[in-house]
Each structure stands twice: as C-alpha cells, then as structure tokens.
Design a protein around this ligand. Sequence first.
Ligand code: MSP
Length: 511
Amino acid sequence: MAKTFYVTTPIYYVNDFPHIGHAYTTVAADALARYYRYAGRDVFFLTGTDEHGQKVEKAAQASGETPLQLADRVVDRFRTLWTGLNISNDDFIRTTQARHVKAATRFFETVQKNEKIYLGTYEDWYCTPCESFWTEQQLTGGKCPDCGRDVQRLQEESYFFRMSDYQKPLLDYLESHPNFVRPETRFNELTSFVKGGLRDLSISRTTFSWGIPVPGNPKHVIYVWFDALLNYISAIGYPDNMDRFNHYWPADVHLIGKDILRFHAVYWPTFLMAAGLKPPKRVFAHGWWTVEGKKMSKSLKNAVDPYKLIDTYGVDQLRYFLLREVPFGQDGDFSRDAMVHRLNGDLANDLGNLLNRCVGMLTKYFDGNLSAPTAETDAEGAVRTLTDEVYRQMAAAVEEAAFHQALTAAWRLIGHLNKYVDDMAPWALYKDAQKHPRLKTVMMTLFEGIRHISQMIYPFMPETAQKIRRQLALPPIDETTSRREKDAVWGQMQHETRIEKAAPLFPRIDV
Ligand code: MSP
C-alpha cells in the first residue's frame, strides 16, 4: 500500500477577504501535495475555513447577517480563489459542518473523561465596548489596547484544560522529535517557551454564543482554538471513521504562518495527548509578507488581492513568484517591481525563451520534426548528469519545504540548456549538411531536457507544465497514474515527434 502524506493549511477566518498571505500557504501546500502525488504517495490535502468565534459574530452583526450567512458568502470567495489558483485540495472543511461539530463535541467529552478539563473561574481585564478580555501585560497604559478606553476587572466561569500537566510530555516529545518544528530557529524559540512553564488554558466562553456548545453545559461555547485545531482530525474521519483517521493520522505537516505557531506546536499536541492521540509529525511556520515595505492591514486598504494578480500576470506566474521569491520560513516583501522582475527574468527570459528558441530552430532546420539521436558526446552526458542531480536536489529541498531551493535547482537545468544551445551553436551545424546527424542529437537532447523541466516544475506550475507537454506531444502528467521516478529516466522523447509552434508561454511584461 502506498505511503500516505497528509498536508494541511490553516483554516482561514471568514471575517476577512483572502489576500496573498492566505494564497501563500495554500499554494505551498498544493505544491507539496502535487509533488508527493506524482511520487506515488497516497496524499490527503486539506484546507478550509474557521467560522466560529466572537470576531465572526461581530462582523456578521456589522453587516446585518447571521454568522452563517456571512460565512457562506466569504467561503465562496475562498473556494473560487482556490479554483482560480489551481489548488488540488482533497477536501474543504468548514467548522460549522455537522461532521466537525460532532468531532469537537466528542473530543471535548473525551478529554473531560480523561480528567483533563475542569470548571473554574477566569479572571482578567475586560473592555465592555470591545467585549474583549485582556491580560495585565496586554493593556496599554492600563487601558484597552484596541480602543484606549477604561477596562474593568471581571470574572467569568470557564472550563480549563490542564495544559500544565503536559509540560514534561511536550518537552520529551520535542526532544525526541527535533524536526517537529521548522525552521529550526522557531523550534528553539518554542522549546524555551515550553521550558518557561505551561499554564492551564481557558477553553470556553460565556460572553458570546457563536460557537460549539460545551457538551452538557450550553451556557458555554468552546473556545475557538479548541474548536478550530480539531479540523485536522474531523476532516479525516474522527470520531466516526477511525480506520480512515488512522490511515492518515498523524499529519505529515501542518503548514502555518509564524503567528499561529504556538497554537499548533504547544496547544495542539497537548490537546491530542490528552485525548490519547498522537501529535502531528511536523509543523512548518512560514514568514509574513509585507507589501511595498508595509504591514498588510486587515482593512484591505493595502492587502494584495490575489484575484487581481492572477488577472494581470497569470496563475502560474503568481504561484512561481510566491514560492521562488522568498525562502519559506522567512519574511518577505511583495512589490510589483519585484514580481515583474522575477517573471521577466526567470520565466520570460530563461524558461520561455528556451522553449521558443528550440521550437524555432527545430521548425527551421527540420520542419518541426525530431528524429533519433546519433552518437552522444560529453556535452550530452553533462546534461544527463545534471538532470539526475537536479531531481535529487529538488527531492531534498521539497522534503524541507525549501521551495525556493527546489526551483533554483530546476533553473540550473534551464540555464544549462540555454548555455548548451550557445555552446553547440546549432545554426553553425545546420550550415554543414554533414553535421546534420549531430544537429539531430543536439535538438533531441534539448527537447528531452525540456521534457524533464516540465516534470520538475509540475508541482509548482501545473498549467505551464501541461502546456509544455502538449507542445511536445507528450501525455499530460496524471497524478493518479504518472510516476516521477519512471518519467525521470532519460531518453523518453518519441523519436518521430512533430513539434508545432505555439504562443509564447510567458510574454514579457512591459515595465
Ligand atoms: N483561523 C486561524 C487559523 C486556525 S488553524 C487551526 C487563523 N486564520 S487567519 O485567516 O487569520 O490566518 C490564516 C493564515 O494566514 C495564518 O497562517 C497567517 O499566518 C497567514 N497570514 C495572514 N497574513 C499574512 C501575511 N501578511 N503574510 C503571510 N501569511 C499571513 O489564524
């Protein structure tokens, strides 16, 4: 049976419009999912929406809807965006779905049965107009950090999770799983945080009602993180289909932004331990995008709209830019200049031109017909060796979610092929009829190289990869039947192929 690969994105709040920050994680998860499907793994790729909580309740009040009406509306935007970005998720979970509500309820009951939940009193500073609790440290000058008004000391009855019981088990887990949190710097930060001690966590609220009721005490709703995180297990069958659940759990990787690392790498594993379930294998926290040097603000004033980018530049162009521009794990800045520069350089000049040049030459020299290669020289041997090496480098990079490195590796081959054209000077070979057998070998090597490039870029730029294959009269990559390992073997271009001219893959963008 094929080895499984379970990858998730965070579930997005429905009180905001999708922006490039959301697109970023989802595109990264998609690249992983496609990479591993093509490698023959049994992949499950999950995304979805986080629909409960006070923020959603308030946003709905403001727009005169019920929370569910608001959620239905915003969910459509996410779904449409994922379709537009060619996202291949296997499921889409909404925390308002019955399957999730049931899972969260059962999970709460289980942890309660295991005596890790108790009823206590939550005491903190409360801002009445904002309906928000704040800790002493969060206050600014003793006032509400959001609106600047006076706060009062308030008490609220609350259920607590005995997170303090899990400091030792979690530290043990971190010690025995040094790859649990990536990048490594985040792992170290997190370990020091846990060493500082874990406090019991308030996991219910009575001040608003838009949430999953606490079983047996519906005055309380379950705290949004004790609900949201469970999407990762409710979507794969917990608690009704434990066979399916055990098939995919523990998740191979949760991809998240750095701001929600603590929830995923401290709260989540301890919740799971308390329910007798295994923690996920890995949590990867990526960095944040700023826009033209500034923080993206929730108000959407400067948030970059991925739909517009798709319209202006194209889907694969956006996917490529997001994954290539910034090392996954580091912060990055989004600017039109940077994007145009990247697309013109890497896509139009390097990849687009390579294909164009090769098709142009083949059309001119052999009326578009490829034919069997003859004797190979060291130059062809070098192309083969590099191709094998790039597959290996890409595999290692993808394993570490180092997408920029994986793409850089593929571009080494592209660069090498462009140089091979210059070095072999096909135009000179063409002038001498005796050198035409040699010219045929050069052309075949180039198209064989381009075939490999289509396979290498597929997880990142699926549409482009298929376009190239169509032009090369190759079957499309089919994730259920095509296997990278088989396709990676050198020399599978059909000898008698006719290659037609086509529109350029990546027209240059005028600055
Ligand atoms: N609903 C929670 C997640 C629950 S997961 C069980 C949530 N939602 S969110 O919509 O606010 O954020 C979702 C993701 O978007 C987070 O991983 C966050 O890091 C990411 N980003 C939000 N703004 C971002 C940038 N400016 N740049 C990159 N990622 C950003 O948190």
